[in-house]
Ligand binder design. Structure first.
Ligand code: PMV
Length: 379
């Protein structure tokens, strides 16, 4: 895929006029979580990443969100949020911030009242970040509304004709752009199966503003790749990602880390092409440990791994030595361990997980996931 044009922030400001006839309706999207191979940790203003990141889109871990909209009767528009059927007042501030941030790009939102109904396929307090799948689902619902309004709009000026068609490319890029404003990594939860976020000279079409599907050659070794998530600590996150990203301001190793990530993007691109699973293991595990090293060497400092996280890591290393298989791990900003492995090793790895690793999971909980295809419109 070649770069045809760069979308800038201005291209995402909706030109829809305020006179829509659309009085009510609803959209439902199912969007997956994602797991980064090269991590995003550190951002500038407006959720612009300090470095490029790349992730596998997941499949079994997803959020399903319905956005109901009704034309506002009085001036003050509002929204309600339900999570797994229950009204959730404590979710409101985050969603309100999201609506405020995207208002400039979607001014039509102020014409409606909303009811948001959301549920996750994974337990809420599992230590799995739900902001990526949650924010991407909401962003896609908003984009479906924008698209419906565009179709509804009767008279179009000549200049708006191109945009009024709203290509799929524009739809998904703007959805990713909006999701980014909710939670950075959410912009990588729109498309599948591998997504890059951050402007990188070696990645076609890449941008700091939204995630793009990795369009280079991918070796069959990475088709159907598995991610078994070991739930070591099911509690709330010890450090929110907002606080976490701030730790990179004035961090003594920040610049080195950002440079390293840019180099790792070049390396992972080659690995994905060649199918070199040993090199993949080395890069992915090093990225995970670097992310945690950043947290341990910041001030304030944090250790987000638990004793069982380390036990699992050591077990994986022993297993690899004994079997020469290609099971490797990655970590998010928490204690849970993501086990990554190719399709043709799933039986041996599953036996190993059950016999050796589950004992280190809280309540023996783990989730079997794999690389998926991205978000899906349900209605
Ligand atoms: O999207 P945020 O702000 O929750 O940050 C997520 C950061 C990591 O999950 C630790 C890494 C990543 O790239 O997903």
């Amino acid at each position: 895929m070649t770069k045809i044009y760069d979308l800038t922030e201005r291209d995402f400001i909706s030109t829809i006029s305020n006179s829509s006839q659309l009085s009510s309706g609803e959209f439902t999207w199912k969007t997956p979580s994602n797991i980064a191979l090269v991590k995003y940790w550190g951002k500038k203003e407006s959720q612009i990443p300090e470095n490029t990141s790349i992730s596998f889109t997941l499949d079994a871990c997803f959020t399903m969100t319905t956005l109901k909209f009704v034309k506002k009767k009085n001036e003050k528009g509002d929204f309600e949020i339900y999570f797994e059927g229950k009204k959730k007042e404590d979710f409101k501030p985050k969603i309100a911030t999201f609506f405020q941030r995207i208002e400039k790009y979607c001014p039509f939102l102020s014409e409606y009242d909303f009811v948001i109904n959301s549920r996750n396929s994974f337990p809420h307090s599992s230590g799995i970040a739900s902001s990526a799948s949650g924010m991407s689902a909401l962003a896609l619902c908003v984009m479906s509304l924008e698209k419906a309004l565009l179709i509804d709009q009767r008279s179009l000026s000549g200049a708006e004709v191109t945009r009024s068609k709203m290509t799929d490319d524009y739809f998904y890029k703007k959805a990713s752009f909006l999701a980014r404003l909710g939670s950075g990594s959410a912009c990588r939860s729109i498309k599948g199966s591998i997504v890059v976020w951050g402007n990188h000279k070696e990645i076609n079409d890449s941008s700091d503003l939204y995630g793009v599907e990795f369009s280079d050659e991918v070796h069959s070794n990475f088709k159907n790749f598995h991610d078994t998530i070991l739930l070591v600590d099911e509690g709330e996150k010890q450090v929110s990602s907002t606080v976490g990203h701030q730790l990179m301001y004035n961090h003594p190793y920040a610049q080195e880390r950002f440079n390293q990530a840019e180099e790792n993007i070049v390396a992972v691109k080659e690995i994905l092409k060649s199918g070199d699973l040993k090199a993949f293991t080395n890069l992915v595990e090093s990225e995970a440990l670097t992310l945690h090293a950043m947290m341990m060497t910041s001030n304030p400092y944090f250790i987000l791994m638990k004793p069982n996280t380390l036990k699992i890591i050591n077990k994986i290393w022993e297993f690899r030595k004994e079997t020469n298989l290609n099971l490797c791990f990655t970590l998010d900003a928490g204690a849970n361990v993501h086990l990554l492995y190719p399709e043709n090793e799933k039986d041996q790895v599953n036996d190993f997980v059950v016999s050796e690793l589950i004992q280190y999971c809280q309540n023996n909980h783990y989730i079997c996931d794999r690389v998926g295809k991205g978000a899906k419109l349900i209605n």
